[in-house]
Design a binder for this molecule. Structure first.
Ligand code: VLZ
Length: 134
């Protein structure tokens, strides 16, 4: 049985979200607000089909995908840069590559114990977040 990411997850800690946002060119005022947010993720996983809804008091973002199927991602409400995005399994890790104007852009999700991890990368910046089940 593959790992199941399904559920509702609340952010408990975040390291270097500021650096990640800077690498994406997010403006100062937006960063100031965004770095204080405690987003919630609702993940639905059915076979190789996923949806991830990230909700915060300020902005929210929704993405859905099938493993191995590339799609156009708009990053609406984030940096608005279009990417060709593909998500694959690396053992029990969910690995997303977002190809576009920014080098080394993507994210990885995995579960350790009862915690959901998220690593967000852009250029030289890595942001690590930990979520717990709501
Ligand atoms: O998550 O790529 O779970 O999309 C945060 C909204 C959403 C807060 C960040 C406002 C999305 C930020 C992170 C304003 C600049 C992300 C993926 C992995 C799914």
């Amino acid at each position: 049985m593959p790992v199941d990411f399904s559920g509702t997850w609340n952010l408990v800690c975040s390291d270097n979200f500021e650096g990640y946002m800077l690498a994406l060119g997010i403006d100062f005022a937006t960063r100031k607000i965004a770095k204080r947010l405690k987003p919630q993720k609702v993940i639905e996983q059915e076979g190789d089909s996923f949806s991830i809804q990230t909700t915060s008091a300020f902005r929210s973002y929704f993405v859905q995908f099938k493993i191995g199927e590339a799609f156009e991602e708009d990053n609406k409400g984030l940096d608005h840069r279009k990417c060709k995005t593909v998500v694959t399994w690396d053992n029990d890790k969910l690995v997303c590559v977002q190809t576009g104007d920014k080098k080394n852009r993507g994210w990885t999700h995995w579960i350790e114990g009862d915690q959901l991890y998220l690593e967000l990368c852009c250029e030289e910046q890595v942001c690590t977040q930990i979520y717990k089940r709501a």
